[in-house]
Design a protein around this ligand. Sequence first.
Ligand code: AP5
Length: 215
Amino acid sequence: MNLILLGPPGAGKGTQAKRLEQAHGLVQLATGDMLRAETASGSELGRRIKAVMESGALVSDEIVIEVIEQRIAAPEAKDGVILDGFPRTIPQAEALDAMLAGHDLKLDHVILMEVDEAALVDRLAGRFSCRACGASYHERYHRPKREGVCDVCGSHDFVQRPDDRPEAVQKRFEVYRQQTAPILPYYRAKGILETVDGMGEMDAVTKAIEAIISR
Ligand code: AP5
């Protein structure tokens, strides 16, 4: 099964992708995580994209398509993938179709997670993550089980994403409206776009997504 989780910054795509990965043995392909790993590596490419990401703008289609292309046909993705943060533009959506067709794969579901902007601001402002393993938390909605200790790797070191600063968040919302929202009609026209209410608690959102993919 191959699916896309779509939605604005902070909609909960990463949170739900991790749950689906564990429950269904799928592989999460999160372009934001891949690009952050590249910037952390200090590579030449990482240095080039760091400022773009921190401003809230999109990295070029060419770079992101190449990153995904390498992973989508990898042996570990053979049971299916959850695309989180990709595609984000029409050229990316078209490139994905070509990639899937080239590997004789198909998209089973495109799921849009709808969340009000005020809730998105609140989620992004309160988000923090483990510096060591990247596990994501929230000040109020998802705290580590033991205060100050990462549930996944036991690290005590947490960070906030630079692009969760208010100026960058506003830029990300604008980019979503202008460049990513146009892919919704693209998938609606193919008859595979489905919507879940992303405003509920995490478990309720998981249940709504599970109802779609188990059909
Ligand atoms: P990316 O990392 O993909 O960021 P994003 O799409 O803006 O999404 P987020 O990771 O911020 O949010 P999310 O929807 O995953 O929410 P989460 O589950 O964390 O991209 C970052 C940057 O990389 C881009 O701006 C761009 O520069 C670049 N990039 C990436 N992909 C690209 C592409 N394809 N093309 C070009 N450039 C690209 O949840 C948020 C918070 O809310 C968490 O704290 C969580 O605990 C909490 N939460 C989650 N669900 C709930 C709930 N139901 N109730 C309460 N709290 C919740």
